[in-house]
Design a protein around this ligand. Sequence first.
Ligand code: D41
Length: 678
Amino acid sequence: MAKLSEKEARAEIDALSEKLHYHNYRYYTLDDPEIPDQEYDRMLRRLQDLEDGFPALRRDDSPTRRVGAPPLESFEEARHIQPMLSLDNAFNDEEVRDFDRRVRERLNWKKRLAYACEPKLDGVAVSLVYRDGVLERAATRGDGRTGENITANVRTIRAVPLRLRGDDYPPEVEVRGEIYMPREGFERLNREAREKGDKGFVNPRNAAAGSLRQLDSRITARRPLAIFAYGVGEVRDWTLPDRHSLVLERLKDWGLPVNPLVEVAEDLAGCLDYYDRVAGRRDSLAYDIDGVVYKVDDLGLQRRLGTVARAPRWALARKFPAEEARTTLLDVEFQVGRTGAVTPVARLEPVFVGGVTVSNATLHNRDEIDRLGVRIGDSVIVRRAGDVIPQIVRAVVSERPENTRAIEFPDHCPVCGSPVEQAGDEAVMRCSGGLVCAAQRKEALEHFASRRAMDIDGLGEKIVDQLVERELVHSPADLYHLSVETLAGLERMAEKSAQNLVDAIEDSKKTTLPRFLYALGIREVGEATARGLANHFGTLEKLRDATEEQLRAVADVGPVVAHFVREFFDSEDNLEVVSALLEAGVHWPAVQPPSEAEQPLRGQTWVLTGSLDAMSRAEAKDRLQQLGARVSGSVSASTDVVVAGPGAGTKLKKAESLDIEVWDEDKFTAFLSEKGLL
Ligand code: D41
């Protein structure tokens, strides 16, 4: 380095900066990187070395600024040249219609009125001032007129260009956007925080805000932040295009990331449709959104509409129903599942959240109750996101009433009274009653009758509940002694359907060994394991008598599965049920181990990623295993094929980088149907 003249250093610094800016743009704005991360890092380190050798040559827009600057004492005030406005909200279609009507009336507009539609990022609104193309100042929104100067922090965000691309930009421009933390980065950050014994952030929005509030930008530099630009404020000596959607395209040309889901809707109907489509994709996005934003696309019309209070008349946020709400924990009840797991269920003061009224939430297990530190009577925050079961995310401890009481985990099963036990280091507590316990019996029967087990059509939850409650059925074998008369005496059961059910039960006697084993509901024995066991041992007797060691010789059977199988056949009660089933006439043809031809994927390793339309991932996995493949959760050099559905992420990227064969769903389903598995 010392040998370099200042002139040579300047030339190399310029060339490196240029390249680094370009690759940043490929990575963050176009989402289409050209070079591996290591190569980027190598160039960045070289630039850093050059700047250390020639400090005078370090520029304001140098990519090395992204590592952070020495800490500040406090943030300075930053006055926005044009105020940062806020958005009016709508919570249903009707309010969106009202908005469109108001806009049209004010403009006396009879023709079609186009709106730009954008996802509403749940992050932190910021203003970026670029002077002569160089990022000069970044500020939070604050009260809309004055925010905080967070330039040092924003400089560390690789998605924010330090210099605009090209030469066709205004000499001065305020860019508005939303800084956010992608979900994946948020999960990673929180995992790391927990490993260090810290609490982590409540959600990605708080994590983004907290990261921008750091006085030490070297901390911000390590946070996975990103940005989408959504508009401009002041623009000096430059004529913007006449439509908002075209302004966004300009921003993109200048190197600012713009959300790829932005669309122009021709009219109100298009806006409502946009909301539905974006809402449908919400869970599969890489970042949190809390709604969509509509903006009159024509900037001339925007100007005519103007603003009221601090919000433009030409824009509207259509928000998703709130996903979190506050309510009271009234009581905790304990439910018992098929495996005997005792699950605490929170009874809540009903509350409207995520678009539905919620009065129950799961508390998972005893560890979760301890972690939350929640007590009966507490004010709690409930979350219902997508279609998942509502959860309690925290107790509002600062407002704990006086008469709360601790949640007592029962020592005895609330259904059958047998002792509740904790197995090994598992978090779950289980009822030890087995099939003595009506709760476990119900679930065991439903499983026994299910389509992929004994396939007894018409034996659903409602019927099983009645059969167990009326003590008509104690074990699956009792099903085979039910008469039409008995069944016809149940609620919701006509003579005809009773007859159909008896027929279905009769038909189920003819089955296969894998189905039968699966139907027994042995813990950890799913369909694929049942098939593996059946193929390996050939007969029920051999399986019944196998030692744990012999069991472990079966592909995909480890110590845990081997233990559960042995435990199942060691129980006198279970052996009695099995004999009773055989005596009732349940039978199957001798097992033919699959031939080579039936297992064309033997020896291969497959990975499933993303979602599939035609079937669940579990079903896809099962079919691959039937064909002899090993199905792994992660991609490595030994992976043969990756099946990638929509929403595939890092696994797909990894497969591509390792040059592994990737199939889409169409190819996969065509293959399955060729093998007769669809
Ligand atoms: O994605 C967003 N969060 C977003 C926020 C967006 N896509 N567009 C926005 N547009 C505006 C106007 C129309 C006022 C320029 C906004 C916001 N404002 C906004 N963000 C925070 C306060 C206001």
